[in-house]
Every structure is written in C-alpha cells, then in structure tokens.
Design a protein around this ligand. Structure first.
Ligand code: HEC
Ligand code: HEC
Ligand code: HEC
Length: 134
C-alpha cells in the first residue's frame, strides 16, 4: 500500500526545486539590457535628430570595428574627421565624440558589455567620463 497523494505532493515539490534556478532567473540575470540614451547631450538634439554616428542597427553590431577604424585613422594617418553615410561629419574620438553623447558610460556601454561579458580595455588609457544623466 502507498499514499498516492503524498507521492504527488512530493513530486510537485521535487519539480519545483528542480526548476527553481530556471524561473528564478527569468527577468533577472537574463533581462536584456536597455542601453539608456537619456544624456544631456542627446536630449539637446531635436527629436528627429537623435541619431548615432551611423544607424542604430549598424552601431549595435559594428561599433567595435568603427572605433578600430577611427583609432587607425587618427594614429596612423592623423585624419580626424569622419564623414558618415549621411554626409554628416564627426570628430573621430572615443572620449570626445562617443562619450560626449554617451556620457552615461555605466548605464550605456558598461551595461551592455557586462551582459555580454565583454570588457574593452580602452579605459586604462582613455579617460572615463564623469557620469552625466538628465
Ligand atoms: C551625436 C550624439 C552621438 C554620438 C557622437 C554617438 N552616439 Fe551612439 N547613439 C546616439 C543615439 C541618439 C543613439 C540611439 C539611436 C536610435 O535610437 O536610433 C545611439 C545608439 C548607439 C548604440 C546602439 C544602442 C542600442 O540600443 O543598441 C551604440 C552601440 C552606440 N550608440 C555607440 C556609440 C559609439 C561607440 C560612438 C562613438 C564611435 C557613438 N555611439 C557616438 C548618439 C550618439
Ligand atoms: C547594445 C549593446 C552595446 C552597447 C550599448 C555598447 N556595446 Fe560595445 N560591445 C558590445 C558587444 C556585444 C561587444 C563584443 C562584440 C564582439 O566580440 O564581437 C562589444 C565590444 C566593444 C569593443 C571591443 C572590445 C574588444 O575587446 O573587442 C569596444 C571598444 C566597445 N564595445 C566600445 C563601446 C563603447 C565605448 C560603448 C559606449 C559608447 C559601447 N561599446 C556600447 C555591445 C555593446
Ligand atoms: C595603451 C594605451 C591605449 C589603450 C589601451 C587604448 N588606446 Fe586608444 N589611443 C591611445 C593613444 C595614445 C591615442 C592617440 C591620441 C591622439 O592622438 O589623440 C589613441 C587614440 C584613439 C582614438 C582616436 C583619438 C581619440 O581621441 O579617441 C580612438 C578612437 C581610440 N584610441 C580608441 C580606442 C579603443 C576603442 C580602445 C579599446 C579597445 C583603445 N583606444 C585603447 C592609447 C590607447
């Protein structure tokens, strides 16, 4: 003879413990970061002009290559003006251009990098911004 009810309750508790780490993480560790663009410099731009150096899609996947190109251009060729696909000019500088707009490095660059477990080593030489948010 055995007690079906107790076995079922036992199974439910067992399953709950087994899957706990899974649903405990939902919306926490696995939450996708939303890079914040609420900095004073970006808020100053007219609403239709709140754009990055290139399109958001391009920046999302290509900002590392873009930064590499900028560095090579500045360091090797002393060429410091970047003309984007819209014909708009940008100063090729990590701390004076990217960080001028993205002055919330911790809430922007770092948030995304921590999530993806990448650690750019740039800030041993380049100056980190004073965090600015509006
Ligand atoms: C003129 C201000 C400005 C400059 C300069 C600028 N950004 Fe941006 N950036 C923005 C804005 C505004 C957005 C949001 C664009 C959108 O939503 O269409 C953005 C978006 C991005 C994104 C995508 C974020 C996402 O949600 O996926 C990345 C990555 C990024 N920028 C990195 C950089 C880097 C690296 C540099 C320097 C090479 C740079 N930005 C220079 C204003 C700027
Ligand atoms: C939308 C998410 C996101 C945002 C926002 C973002 N990054 Fe990144 N970044 C990544 C990812 C993902 C990688 C790794 C890509 C790879 O390995 O191919 C990366 C890589 C890099 C690298 C190359 C690092 C290496 O070791 O190869 C640099 C430099 C960099 N990011 C700078 C920045 C700067 C500066 C900002 C803020 C202005 C920024 N990123 C904002 C997602 C982001
Ligand atoms: C060992 C020190 C060092 C490290 C680490 C470093 N840089 Fe630089 N970087 C320099 C120096 C020095 C210059 C030349 C500054 C100039 O001529 O204006 C420079 C110039 C640049 C420039 C163009 C000028 C400017 O004002 O930004 C970019 C873009 C750049 N680096 C990006 C990066 C990125 C992205 C990383 C990380 C992946 C990085 N650097 C890591 C030393 C460093």
């Amino acid at each position: 003879m055995y007690d079906g009810g107790k076995i079922i309750i036992g199974l439910i508790i067992f399953l709950a413990l087994l899957t706990f780490p899974f649903y405990y993480n939902i919306g926490k560790v696995n939450a996708k970061p939303e890079p914040k663009i609420d900095t004073p410099e970006i808020q100053k731009l007219p609403v239709g002009e709140r754009k990055c150096v290139e399109s958001k899609e391009f920046m999302r996947g290509g900002h590392m290559q873009l930064l590499n190109e900028w560095r090579d251009s500045v360091v090797r060729d002393d060429k410091r003006i970047y003309v984007n696909s819209q014909g708009k000019k940008h100063n090729m500088s990590l701390q004076n251009e990217c960080i001028r707009c993205h002055s919330n490095k911790k809430d922007f660059c770092d948030k995304c990098h921590n999530y993806m477990a990448v650690k750019p080593y740039c800030w041993t030489c380049h100056i980190e911004p004073k965090e600015k948010k509006s």
